[in-house]
Design a protein around this ligand. Structure first.
Ligand code: ADP
Length: 228
């Protein structure tokens, strides 16, 4: 089990409005492995199904057919409760928009998912502060998202994704909302954080320059994953 891929998708199919006349077949037998410690770029035009694939890989949605394994564990057929537990423990998510809770500070945004996972408050705060410092926003720990720049908000969102030490990071255009210079800098920090923690990552991006900085690039086309 220990050398199993961090993520393994085999023959994954997904259609919206399944069986209805307006069915949209998005994934048509997608296969993808992300090895332990590997950082893979998922490149595709808007509408190709990147978010659908990431949501299925991140156990936020279920496939119509095929197999989804996270760290060697088959997730098909799991109850919602088991799926949620596995997601909280094993997977971190970063979106294009930070989705931080506006009424909480940066530190609290990183503490809350840890409390939900049974971590004690003092320990959770120490981890939050350590993560924030590692991406250069330690001095912002007590600030709410509205008081931060877009780049800072997104760095806090990375820390929140890593709060529970997942094995797999899934990111959907994580710097797509930032200006090019900030995007570059914040993306470097994300990659550094991933490398430092030995995490595996699947990162969707339109940006071929960013994709080239990852270990491997795949594209999603006609509902299947192809090498680039
Ligand atoms: P991407 O992330 O690559 O932009 P998505 O995975 O969001 O693509 O969407 C893929 C396709 O599925 C698009 O054509 C989109 O309109 C369609 N789609 C996404 N979500 C739904 C839904 N809930 N109901 C119907 N169609 C959807």
């Amino acid at each position: 089990m220990s050398d199993a891929p961090a993520l393994s998708l085999v023959g994954v199919e997904k259609a919206y409005n399944h069986g209805a006349p307006n069915e949209v077949a998005v994934l048509r037998g997608a296969d993808l492995d992300v090895a332990q410690g590997e950082v893979v770029a998922l490149v595709a035009p808007s509408g190709a199904g990147k978010s659908t694939l990431l949501h299925i890989a991140g156990l936020l949605d279920v496939a119509d057919a095929g197999s989804v394994r996270v760290s060697g564990h088959e997730t098909t057929g799991l109850s919602d409760r088991r799926r949620t537990m596995m997601r909280r423990r094993d997977v971190g998510f970063v979106y294009q928009f930070h989705h931080l809770l506006p009424e909480f500070t940066a530190r609290e945004n990183i503490v809350l998912p840890q409390l939900a996972n049974g971590v004690a408050g003092v320990e959770a705060e120490a981890r939050a502060d350590g993560l924030l410092s590692s991406v250069g926003v330690g001095q912002r720990a007590g600030h709410r998202p509205a008081a931060m720049s877009g780049g800072e908000q997104q760095r806090v969102a990375f820390c929140r994704a890593l709060a529970n030490s997942p094995r797999l990071l899934l990111a959907d255009e994580p710097t797509g909302n930032l200006d090019p210079a900030t995007s570059d800098q914040v993306f470097d920090m994300l990659l550094q954080l991933v490398r430092d923690t030995g995490l595996s990552a699947l990162i969707a991006t339109h940006n071929l320059g960013l994709a080239a900085r990852m270990d491997r690039q795949v594209r999603l086309e006609d509902g299947v994953v192809r090498a680039m």
